[in-house]
Design a protein around this ligand. Structure first.
Ligand code: NAI
Ligand code: MG
Length: 516
């Protein structure tokens, strides 16, 4: 681990009167490091009503990165009013082609500022800069371009009704939507949420996670620069029970979209039910099985298993946290998996490393508790298992073998770089055990046999099934969970229906004379 002097600064213009400047005395780059730190409401950066701020940490060093305005109910109220006014007076009358052009402009601006945004993301979240740039930023730009393509193609149907009527249905924007997002892919999660909402003509109040609010605030500047009307998108950093709770229980928010823990998903849904029955979509946790069959390409499977559980420090809702390996190749797989994982480098996200720190001390502590539980319940520690030796929130890539289904580490979402390797004999058994979970977000299989792959894909209960690949995402693919992994689908054409109401119009026509 190197010292914090190596952390680059975001090279960017500074918004007058707001933004935090942080210099890195003796640092390698010597540029100013400024972040936007206020709430973005009605097209302006403003202090929170309470005047409160909260600290944002650099997880790689455990040092303070910035202080950000802390929004709560009073700020959410103002933001919702701005979003409502924008929706009713401007945005719902804005042509689809204009919404398309604005989103394409936004995508261009993000692309033009991608190095800076990737820098902010890595400082704030701790993920390796190369991943921020080549995964998060690349997918963010693609997501906005994909939804720009839909903005002028939101259309209804003519309904073939009996009698002398003309009946059609149209897809109208839902209105004001609240969006609450997590810290694991801060900018990309904002894109997944904003893309379909803005394409369909909704206005938005978005709350980034309290751990990682910075890239969403930079995005707010770009949204403004792209030319979105004031109030169309409002970004309110703040905490879950206060700012998040105010969004999910607001009487004038028409829908809430949430990504995060299953526990909080239930709270959000309950708040929605108890307030105005706003629409709810949820993307929640997972405990996704990855099955390695006897005929699998072993090298490819080892690679995918690493991407599955170590990518983004294991902080991925689809993480392949249960790896079922056929008994005949179990030893060979474990051997190769451990050897490959030993080569993973960890440290300063701005160096050439494959892993950074966990996002927070809280997450680091949780993961360490799970590792302890794994050891005490009798799993065998084949690799890692320790914290890193610095002030950052590092956890070594960890592999447990001889794991059984009933162990805590095989049942609960760990959300860290902790892999459980289990043994199976038959495909039927692997499917049955894979399905024995309250979650159903994703699943994977490595096999060269098409019949095996299809049988697994048909019978596993998961929103996404990867065959001979893992953690591969595309804006055109629907994403979401079975069972307690969530409600609804994001991305693809499917996400559009989360943001539209279907209105049916029936028109009585003069009776047609029937001649025959
Ligand atoms: P969380 O579910 O508490 O936080 C996610 C978002 O929800 C944040 O923006 C947070 O401020 C907000 N939130 C929290 N309480 C809220 C409330 N009462 N009302 C409205 N919004 C609220 O997740 P947390 O605490 O950061 O992580 C805990 C665990 O959740 C992780 O270890 C992981 O297992 C899971 N998780 C899953 C994610 C996913 O992508 N599915 C992402 C983040 C966490
Ligand atoms: Mg929480």
């Amino acid at each position: 681990m190197s010292d914090s002097d190596d952390y680059p600064s975001a090279q960017r213009r500074r918004t007058e009167g707001s933004g935090v400047r942080r210099s890195h005395g003796g640092g390698s780059s010597g540029h100013n490091n400024t972040f936007q730190t206020k709430l973005f409401i009605d097209g302006q950066f403003v202090d929170s009503h309470s005047g409160k701020t909260f600290v944002v940490m650099n997880p790689a060093t455990g040092e303070e990165l910035a202080r950000v305005s802390e929004g709560d109910k009073a700020d959410v109220d103002v933001a919702v009013r701005a979003a409502r006014r924008c929706f009713e007076t401007t945005w719902k009358f804005t042509d689809g082609s204009r919404r398309r052009d604005l989103m394409l402009k936004l995508a261009d601006l993000i692309e033009r500022n991608k190095e800076e945004l990737a820098t902010i993301e890595s400082l704030d979240n701790g993920k390796p800069y190369n991943e921020s740039l080549n995964v998060d930023l690349a997918l963010t730009v693609k997501c906005f371009r994909y939804y720009a393509g839909w903005a002028d193609k939101i259309q209804g149907k003519v309904n073939p009704v009996d009698g002398s009527f003309f009946s059609f249905s149209k897809h109208e924007p839902l209105g004001v939507v609240g969006q609450i997002i997590p810290w694991n892919f801060p900018l990309l999660m904002a894109a997944w949420k904003l893309g379909p909402a803005l394409a369909t003509g909704c206005t938005v109040v978005l709350k980034p996670a309290e751990q990682t609010p910075l890239s969403a605030l930079r995005l707010a500047e770009l949204i403004h620069e792209a030319g979105y009307p004031n109030g169309c998108v409002n970004i309110i950093p703040g905490f879950g029970p206060t700012a998040g709770g105010a969004i999910s229980s607001h009487m004038d928010v028409d829908k809430v979209a949430f990504t995060g823990s299953t526990e909080v998903g239930k709270i959000v849904m309950e708040a929605a039910a108890k307030s105005n029955l706003k629409k709810v979509t949820l993307e929640l946790g997972g405990k996704s099985p990855l099955i390695i069959c006897e005929d699998a390409d072993l090298d490819a499977a080892v690679e995918a298993a690493q991407v599955g559980i170590f990518f983004n420090q294991g902080q991925v809702c689809t993480a392949s946290s249960r790896i079922y390996v056929h008994e005949r190749i179990y030893d060979a797989f474990v051997d190769a998996f451990v050897r490959a994982s030993k080569r993973r480098t960890q440290g300063n996200p701005f160096r050439d490393v494959s892993m950074g720190p966990q996002v927070s001390q809280e997450q680091q502590d949780t993961i360490m508790r799970y590792i302890k539980a794994g050891k005490s319940e009798g799993a065998e520690l084949a690799l890692g298992g320790r914290k890193g030796q610095s002030n950052g929130y590092f956890v070594e890539p960890t592999i447990f073998t001889n794991v059984s289904d009933d162990m805590t580490i095989a049942r609960e979402e760990i959300f860290g770089p902790v892999s459980c390797v289990l043994k199976f004999r038959t495909l039927e058994e692997a499917i049955k055990r894979g399905n024995r979970s309250n979650y159903g977000l994703a699943a994977g299989i490595f096999t060269r046999d098409l019949g095996t792959a299809f049988k697994y894909a048909n019978e596993i209960k998961a929103g996404t099934v990867w065959v001979n690949t893992y953690n591969s995402f595309d804006a055109a693919q629907p994403f979401g969970g079975f069972k307690m992994s969530g409600i609804g689908r994001e991305l693809g054409e499917y996400a559009l229906s989360n943001y539209t109401e279907v209105k049916c119009v029936m028109i009585k026509l003069p009776e047609a004379p029937i001649k025959n």
